[in-house]
Design a protein around this ligand. Structure first.
Ligand SMILES: *[C@@H]1O[C@H](CO)[C@@H](O)[C@H](O)[C@H]1NC(C)=O
Ligand SMILES: *[C@@H]1O[C@H](CO)[C@@H](O)[C@H](O)[C@H]1NC(C)=O
Ligand SMILES: *[C@@H]1O[C@H](CO)[C@@H](O)[C@H](O)[C@H]1NC(C)=O
Length: 252
C-alpha cells in the first residue's frame, strides 16, 4: 500500500515536471499584440519608467519598447524580446529584437514599440509603413539574449545620488536572457555587504558604506533553475560622483 502511494506520488511528480517544462518552454513564441508610441519621436523615449534617461532613447538603435505584464515591477527592464508580427502580407519572419525600457499598455497589448521598432517588423520599408498605418497588430514574441558588442555591464550613477549619503545607479547594457533579481553593495576592502533596493525601474539604491564599492548581481535561474551571483572585477571608486558611469569590467 505504502509502495503504491509512493509510486503514485512519483507519477504525480513526473507529470508536474512535464507541465512545468511546457510552461517555461524557453524557445517558444507567445501570441499577443503590439501598438507603438503615438509621439513623433521615432526612437525610444527619454522618460521611460525604467529611468534610463537619454540612454533609453537610443539604446539598441532605438528598437525599444514599453511592456505591460513583462515589466514585472521593473525586473523586466533591460530584457530583450524577439517580436514579430503575424500578418503574412507585411511581416518578416524574424521581426525585431527590442529592449524593455518603459511600462505601458494599450488595450490588450504586451508591447508598445518605438515607431522605429514597429516598422522594422515589416518585410520592407514599404511594408513597415503599411504596418504603421494599421497601428495595432497581432504579434508573437519570445525572450532572447541581449547582446551589445564591446560593451560591459555599466553602472550609471543616478542623478538622485548625493555623495556620500545616498547612492543609486542604473544598470546599463544588461546582457543575456536572465533577470537581475537582487543587487548587493559591498565595501570592497572588508566585503561588508548590504542588499540594495530596486527604487524604481532599473534604478538600485542604498545608503552606501564608505570606501571603494563592489557590486554583486543575482541573476534569475535559466532552464536549469539555478540563480547565480555575478561578481564584477571592477570596483566603483571611493570618490564616485552623480552622473558618472563606471565600467563593471564584465559581460554576462
Ligand atoms: C568595513 O569598512 C568600513 C569603511 O572603512 C567600516 O566603516 C566598517 O566598519 C568595516 N566593517 C567591518 C565589519 O570591519
Ligand atoms: C577620484 O580619485 C582618483 C584617484 O584616487 C582620481 O584620479 C580621480 O580624479 C578622482 N575623481 C574625482 C571625480 O574626484
Ligand atoms: C570590459 O572589461 C574588460 C576587463 O574585464 C576590459 O578589458 C575591456 O576593455 C572592457 N570593455 C569595454 C568596452 O570597456
Amino acid at each position: 500500500m505504502a509502495l503504491c502511494a509512493q509510486l503514485l506520488f512519483f507519477l504525480y511528480l513526473l507529470q508536474f515536471q512535464h507541465l512545468a517544462r511546457a510552461d517555461s518552454c524557453s524557445g517558444c513564441f507567445t501570441q499577443s499584440s503590439a501598438a507603438y508610441y503615438p509621439n513623433s519621436d521615432t526612437q525610444g523615449t527619454e522618460s521611460g519608467a525604467c529611468e534610463y534617461g537619454t540612454f533609453g532613447a537610443t539604446l539598441n538603435g532605438g528598437d525599444v519598447s514599453a511592456a505591460s505584464n513583462l515589466y514585472k515591477n521593473g525586473v523586466g527592464c533591460g530584457a530583450c524580446y524577439q517580436v514579430r508580427c503575424t500578418n503574412a502580407k507585411y511581416c518578416s519572419d524574424n521581426g525585431v529584437t527590442i529592449v524593455i525600457t518603459d511600462l505601458g499598455s494599450s488595450g490588450d497589448t504586451d508591447f508598445i514599440l518605438s515607431q522605429h521598432a514597429f516598422a522594422r517588423m515589416g518585410q520592407t520599408a514599404d511594408a513597415g509603413a503599411s504596418l504603421l498605418s494599421l497601428g495595432h497588430v497581432g504579434v508573437e514574441y519570445r525572450r532572447v539574449s541581449c547582446s551589445y558588442s564591446n560593451k560591459n555591464i555599466t553602472f550609471k550613477i543616478d542623478q538622485s545620488s548625493n555623495f556620500p549619503f545616498y547612492f543609486a545607479f542604473q544598470i546599463w547594457y544588461q546582457q543575456g536572457s536572465k533577470d537581475i533579481i537582487a543587487v548587493q553593495l559591498c565595501n570592497a576592502d572588508n566585503l561588508t555587504c548590504k542588499l540594495m533596493e530596486r527604487s524604481h525601474g532599473a534604478v538600485w539604491a542604498a545608503v552606501p558604506p564608505s570606501g571603494p564599492l563592489s557590486v554583486r548581481m543575482l541573476l534569475s535561474g535559466g532552464d536549469d533553475g539555478d540563480e547565480t551571483w555575478v561578481l564584477p572585477p571592477n570596483n566603483i571608486p571611493q570618490n564616485w560622483t552623480a552622473g558618472a558611469t563606471y565600467d563593471s569590467g564584465i559581460q554576462v
